[in-house]
Design a protein around this ligand. Structure first.
Ligand code: SME
Length: 137
């Protein structure tokens, strides 16, 4: 069996569930470090198609989280200088690093068409989601 494929399907189910459950979660995806390269690769997502399948470390919100190992909440994407725009509809973003055995191996990225919707509750919730996801990786 293609175990890797099964994991990606399950990650996509998580994306779907989150997008369906929270009204302001419009685009939900998982990026992971791409082998030994200094870049992130999009593994699976739900929402509008994006051109940003690969993101170099340090670039955009996602690339910054890859090196900071810290949550990044962006209430207003237009106010960010190091930001990679995916869609003109996106107003805000949250990126939470995903740790496996203490190592930052990827992240969940959520875009919202609503301005400033994310609170500490989203951070705690998505940290929990990532902890659960780490168990199947
Ligand atoms: N906005 C992200 C790029 C990824 S898209 O949101 C899917 C960033 O600035 O890193």
């Amino acid at each position: 069996a293609d175990t890797n494929r099964e994991v990606t399907d399950r990650l996509n189910d998580v994306c779907k569930l989150l997008q369906e459950s929270v009204e302001y979660y419009d685009w939900v995806g998982f990026y992971f470090k791409n082998g030994d390269k200094e870049e992130l690769k999009l593994r699976t997502y739900v929402g509008a198609p994006t051109d940003h399948e690969i993101i170099p470390f340090g670039k955009g919100i996602c690339g910054q989280v890859a090196v900071s190992n810290e949550n990044f909440v962006v209430p207003d994407v237009q106010a960010q200088d190091n930001y990679i725009a995916c869609s003109i509809n996106v107003k805000s973003e949250i990126v939470i690093p995903l740790f496996k055995n203490g190592e930052n191996i990827g992240q969940i990225d959520i875009d919202s068409d609503t301005p400033d919707p994310f609170t500490e509750k989203d951070e705690r919730f998505l940290e929990f989601v990532n902890q659960e996801v780490a168990k199947i990786l």
